[in-house]
Write a protein that binds this ligand. Structure first.
Ligand SMILES: NC(=O)c1ccc[n+]([C@@H]2O[C@H](COP(=O)([O-])OP(=O)(O)OC[C@H]3O[C@@H](n4cnc5c(N)ncnc54)[C@H](OP(=O)(O)O)[C@@H]3O)[C@@H](O)[C@H]2O)c1
Length: 303
């Protein structure tokens, strides 16, 4: 199959590149695109806010599948940069969906737990009414709606708390801070499921490779299990050997705190747990436990 990947230099895109190199082994043809290039990776330039360029690219390569890994992901900045977030998170998925429809490709689009307000206390199923409380969440929800309204074959995967060896993410920040600081405060009143971008990329690849693209709809995918940012930080610290008795010989003390101790313009969901039952039932794929995946990712980073 011809697979067009957008936003290929981001966390998820880079993990899809790894799968193309290590797992797909020539079984499919991938075209990795992004607005900018990164050193050491082949990237075709494609700005997904340019509807004509998107249509030409999809038709030109004869795409069977488009995987959209691009998004405006800076949740804080989006509050002030509404127009840019709207263009990338709402309009651009519409461009990709129209291009997919016109050339007969399927679209795999990635969305977020931020479409919910996080006021719940049981895992969110796909049929729960979305209620975003941030510009990022609202624009991502509108992007989902643009995809579903387009009439293209589509699979929308809502994920949460993504981390990887690439770009900026909580795992990398905590790795650095716990190796430099003696003490840290981390919020304990927001819970969710840390998700390895490698696992999400693997799930996307299995859907494509297993010819499951006709199982259209919205699905939730995050790693299995639940923790707070505080628990996540402790796990990162301890795996890195920066905890009590750790291999680094130093110990960073981490204290739990409330989110109102970190004043922010953007309201973040307190409860971000996604129910993965529909995903597992539909695709017959297993979802790894967050701590196992964290260890696997950190092994790659630390080795
Ligand atoms: N990160 C999370 O915690 C999280 C949580 C839930 C859901 N998600 C969703 O998961 C998906 C993947 O997230 P991620 O963390 O891998 O994203 P990411 O690392 O921020 O990567 C996004 C990529 O898109 C590129 N991009 C920006 N503008 C573009 C444009 N106009 N055309 C084409 N590409 C463009 C970015 O390039 P530049 O960097 O050069 O701008 C970057 O390479 C997104 O849909 C996101 O909303 C993420």
């Amino acid at each position: 199959m011809k697979i067009l990947v957008t936003g290929a230099n981001g966390q998820l895109g880079m993990e899809l590149r790894n799968i193309a190199r290590n797992v797909a082994a020539g079984a499919h043809t991938f075209v990795f695109t992004d607005v900018n290039s990164v050193e050491g990776e082949e990237t075709v330039r494609l700005d997904i806010t340019d509807a004509e360029a998107v249509r030409d690219m999809a038709a030109g390569i004869g795409a069977d599948v488009i995987v959209n890994c691009a998004a405006y992901t800076n949740v804080d900045r989006a509050e002030d940069d509404v127009q840019a977030a709207d263009l990338l998170n709402r309009a651009a998925p519409g461009n990709l969906a129209a291009a997919a429809r016109d050339c007969g490709a399927a679209l795999i689009h990635v969305s977020t737990d931020y479409v919910f307000d996080g006021e719940g206390c049981v895992p969110y199923t796909e049929d729960r009414e979305p209620k975003p409380v941030s510009v990022y969440g609202r624009t991502k929800l509108e992007g989902e709606r643009a995809v579903t309204a387009s009439g293209c074959r589509h699979i929308i995967l809502r994920t949460a708390w993504l981390y990887s060896p690439y770009g900026k993410n909580f795992m990398k920040t905590m790795l650095k801070l716990t190796s430099e600081k003696d003490e840290l405060n981390v919020v304990s009143d927001q819970v969710g499921s840390p998700t390895s971008a490698a696992d999400l990329a693997d799930a996307i690849f299995r859907i494509i490779d297993g010819n499951m693209l006709d199982r259209q709809g919205i699905y939730h995918y995050s790693n299995e299990g639940v923790c707070s940012w505080y628990d996540f930080a402790l796990a990162i610290r301890d795996i890195a050997g920066n905890g009590p008795g750790g291999a680094s010989g130093r110990c960073c003390r981490i204290m739990p705190c409330h989110s109102d101790e970190f004043p922010s313009k953007v309201k973040r969901p307190h409860y971000s747990v996604l129910d993965k039952s529909l995903f597992k039932r539909t695709f017959g794929l297993e979802v790894p436990y967050w701590l196992d995946s964290l260890k696997a990712c950190m092994e790659r980073v630390l080795s």
